[in-house]
Design a protein around this ligand. Structure first.
Ligand code: A3P
Length: 342
């Protein structure tokens, strides 16, 4: 399944004669070639982060085994809800909103002991890459979760297991205007890589070699899945729309996951409570979100997840040339697709 080096190609009809490269014998349980054989790149400006190109996408090297395991071992259920995004597009907010919405009967959003008041949103959801890197015990915990399960991933649509599409799991994707995504990513990564420049961050994204990039193929995969049919199981959200009108979009989300807000709930202010609970001001004011790190895979401080939370912050950081470069990439890669970031 992995791309294979030309030097390692063998004619399957002829008997294999030694010596052969020892690396060529390195295969996983499914007979696939190993991560070390995939094309690699360092994330621009950060020498410590190595990316590998797996099935057309640049994944952090350590995530590739997780991607393979998700494809082979994740057992999706028809009532699973999968939150998907590229990093820095509003994942944390959407995770919080989805959890608060779907768990609202067990945990009323106005309750003083709501889980989101003492847990970071990412502690309320199973991160698929983390689960499948975490060993059998974590996979068992995922299996043991009661339905409906809420999980999240940064995997591109094309890398999700076909069984997930076939069984009808619902996917909620959030995208964001790419210049704002770049600025957000730069601020975030700088918390652990202070040497990183905005120019390097922009270059990696525009070259397609950023985490789970190319970003245009990532967004387009979900966009096409969401527009493929009127009863698509993919809901495509935009961070900017969520900012403009959180309540309407939470209503859409609730409807999509099969748990619409009743008129009585709206009357009682439950929808407004969900929006308030998950607001940036509320989440960032909580002790749990002021301390600690995001998790074992991402050692960034939790407080870096909650920064400015606005649309258009790129104007405060990018030169006109930088902005034009990104706009040109978007026009070139997405101009003909119907996907825009207005
Ligand atoms: P900025 O860096 O532009 O402020 P992710 O969760 O995918 O990493 O995305 C992080 C971005 O979402 C950050 O953007 C962050 O401030 C913003 N964000 C986090 N929580 C939010 C919330 N409750 N409401 C609005 N934006 C939020």
């Amino acid at each position: 399944m992995f791309a294979c080096c030309a030097s390692m190609a063998t004619n399957s009809a002829a008997p294999v004669v030694g010596p052969i490269p020892f690396l060529d014998t390195e295969k996983d349980a499914h007979g696939h070639r190993q991560v070390s054989e995939l094309p690699s790149k360092l994330l621009a400006g950060i020498q410590q982060i190595s990316l590998r190109r797996y099935q057309g996408f640049w994944l952090p090297e350590s995530w590739v085994p997780a991607a393979v395991s998700i494809q082979h071992r994740f057992k999706p259920r028809p009532d699973d809800v999968i939150i998907s995004s590229l990093p820095k597009c509003g994942t944390t907010w959407l995770v919080a909103l989805a959890f608060a919405t779907m768990a609202r009967h067990a945990y009323p959003p106005s309750a003083a002991d709501h889980p989101l008041l003492c847990l970071n949103p990412h502690q309320c959801i199973a991160f698929l890459e983390g689960v499948f890197l975490g060993g059998p015990a974590r996979e068992e915990r995922l299996e043991a979760l009661p339905s409906p399960r809420l999980v999240n991933t940064h995997m591109p649509h094309a890398l999700l297991p076909q069984s997930l599409v076939d069984c009808g799991s619902r996917v909620v994707y959030i995208c964001r205007e790419p210049k704002d995504m770049v600025v957000s990513m730069w601020h975030y990564l700088r918390t652990v890589h202070p040497e990183l420049s905005l120019q390097d961050t922009l270059d990696s994204v525009c070259d397609g070699a950023s985490r789970c990039g190319p970003f245009w193929d990532h967004a387009l995969g979900y966009w096409r899945a969401s527009t493929a049919s009127p009863d698509s199981r993919v809901l495509f959200l935009r961070y900017e729309e969520l900012l403009r009108d959180p309540a309407s979009n939470v209503k859409r989300l609730a409807q999509f996951v099969g748990q619409p807000f009743s008129p009585a709930e709206e009357e009682a202010g439950v929808l407004a409570d969900v929006v308030r609970l998950c607001s940036l001001d509320n989440l960032r004011s909580l002790d749990v979100n002021k301390t600690g790190i995001v998790g074992p895979l991402l050692k960034t401080p939790r407080k870096a997840l909650f920064r400015k939370g606005v649309a258009g912050d790129w104007v405060n950081h990018m030169t006109p040339e930088m902005a034009r470069r990104m706009d040109d990439v978007v026009a070139d890669k997405l101009g003909h697709t119907g996907l825009d970031f207005q």
